[in-house]
Design a protein around this ligand. Structure first.
Ligand code: PMP
Ligand code: PLP
Length: 496
């Protein structure tokens, strides 16, 4: 198959990006590595004044026969030892480590080559990229990637699109930059393409059209929904029609699971015949459909290795990534050298298949947690049409959807206002000793001036509210206990 080059999307850049120049000092930093150059060009401290001589970490060893939660014993049979030297070479898989003298020095705004090559190979393996000039860029995780994205594309007063309920930090980050977040309705299968298209087809011509769609396709935060592959194709077509960029924020991509099976005796152990089988079982990403460089994918190690690594990566066209590098040169410079050195050292020792083994192990863990949470929800949440549960197939979150109008005091005490019922339930669940969070905290409700047509925000279910809980954060016995308390609170509130 022949693949083409990405398109130029610089017409969508912000004024800030258009006026940003490359820092001139950064244009010569690569010469620091050139043995023929006496580098007197920058304030780089001598590496002999870095106090660390090496960095060592032990982790479990693929294929993780005891499960990914089993601590390494220190024995060679189940322990992967990563030792990163200050200088020189230590072999990690088929690459070498990032020596600390380089990891802790200035330079390499894109990220260290040993990390980038692993992530590039992983991206090709999983997403099978469909245009030539794509690349990856190391980041400090998706929070930072989103902040950078907003600055690269948006001016104050611009509007972007997002799922009607979305990760609150992302919504607030946009609002803090003066960007409106216009809501697009979603259901159990994620964003609804027909509604997205109608919003854009009827966009008020007196207001600038949205440049970005921010979406969390897999295990959406907060609704727990996952966008179907068919809908992704439709949304990509709409992006081409209305010329916007799709930002896929995918921290939960590898927390995909089997569909929930209510009958425990029918549940199957998670086994894949091969790594290819595992990769083929995954949802199609937007980046894998992209032939034009219209998608920017934000990936993060937070949910698969640890949030404190503060390490992730972007996938996009080289043209667009250049704008990120220029911004990063003036903000984060690059992710921490310690983090890059340890993470790249471990991953390059595990190898691509070892990392996939880790992700398969993670899938087993989350599958079990999800099953325990769902079993408890079906057991403890009263069975009534006013309360519904849709089992997630990815991510960390479950939701209980509630018809607020079924509350016995809806029309009286709560004046037919669903948000008042939501607040009352929130207070009740806390008094019952559990914390789940109200959906309203995640509501994106931006509006343009002048506004969009009323139908663009039409809500078929105006009395619908929901609560978000997670099965990620506590051991299984506590999870069951928490859901039992949540069920009791709902029972009391609804007088059941
Ligand atoms: N401010 C000044 C005045 C500097 O000279 C430098 C380093 N050359 C920086 C900031 C960058 O510092 P940091 O590495 O802590 O981001
Ligand atoms: N994006 C979404 C949708 C999230 O749910 C989270 C996690 O809380 C993040 C981004 C933060 O990710 P990171 O730790 O990579 O900054």
């Amino acid at each position: 198959m022949t693949v083409g080059e990405s398109l130029d999307f610089s017409h969508l850049y912000s004024e800030e990006t258009k006026s940003r120049k490359s820092s001139p000092l950064k244009t010569c930093i690569h010469l620091f590595q050139d043995p023929n150059i006496v580098f007197l060009g920058g304030g780089l401290p001598l590496s002999k004044y870095f106090p660390w001589d090496n960095l060592q970490a032990e982790s479990p060893l693929p294929p993780f026969p005891n499960g990914i939660g089993a601590a390494p014993s220190g024995d060679a049979k189940d322990t992967c030892v990563t030792t990163v030297p200050k200088d020189g070479v230590s072999k990690a898989g088929n690459t070498t480590d990032i020596p600390l003298s380089r990891a802790l020095q200035y330079g390499f705004s894109m990220g260290q080559p040993e990390l980038l090559s692993f992530v590039r190979e992983h991206t090709q393996l999983v997403h099978k990229m469909q245009y030539k000039d794509w690349d990856v860029l190391a980041t400090i995780g998706n929070t930072g990637s989103w902040e950078s994205t907003l600055r690269i594309f948006c001016n104050r007063g611009d509007t972007i699109l997002a799922e009607k309920y979305s990760f609150s930090s992302s919504v607030y980050a946009a609002e803090a930059q003066g960007v409106n977040v216009f809501p697009v309705p979603l259901d159990a299968d994620g964003l609804i393409p027909e509604r997205l298209e109608a919003i854009l087809d009827n966009w008020n011509p007196e207001t600038p059209k949205p440049k970005l769609l921010y979406t969390i396709p897999t295990g959406q935060n907060p609704t727990g929904s996952s966008l179907s592959d068919d809908r992704k194709k439709e949304i990509y077509r709409i992006a081409q029609k209305h010329d916007f960029i799709i930002i896929e924020d995918e921290p939960y991509y590898f927390l995909q699971m089997d569909a929930y099976e209510k009958d425990p005796s029918k549940r199957k152990a998670i086994k894949f015949a091969s790594h290819d089988d595992f990769v083929n079982s995954l949802a199609k990403s937007f980046i894998s459909l992209d032939t034009e460089g219209r998608v920017i994918r934000m990936d993060s190690f937070s949910k698969v290795l640890g949030p404190g690594t503060r390490l992730g990566w972007l996938v996009g066209s080289k043209k667009i990534l250049k704008a990120y590098v220029q911004l990063h040169e003036m903000t984060i410079q690059n992710p921490s050298g310690f983090s890059q050195a340890i993470v790249a050292g471990t991953l390059n020792r595990w190898g691509q298949h070892g990392f996939l083994d880790w992700l398969i192990g993670l899938r087993q863990e989350y599958n079990e947690k999800r099953d325990v949470a769902m079993d408890a929800l079906y057991k403890y949440v009263p069975s009534t049409p006013a309360l519904s549960i849709s089992p997630p197939i990815a991510g960390m979150f479950f939701t209980v959807n509630i018809d607020a109008s079924a509350h016995p005091e809806f029309a009286t005490k709560y004046q037919s206002k669903p948000e008042l019922v939501e607040q009352a339930i929130y207070e009740k669940v806390i008094s019952c000793g559990v914390l789940v969070v109200p959906g309203i905290w995640f509501k994106a409700d931006g509006e343009t001036t002048p506004p969009q047509p009323k139908e663009s925000k039409a809500e078929p279910n105006p009395n619908g509210i929901f609560f978000r809980g997670t099965y990620a954060a506590v051991p299984l016995d506590k999870l069951q206990d928490g859901i039992k308390r949540f069920g009791a609170a709902l029972k009391e509130e609804f007088g059941l």
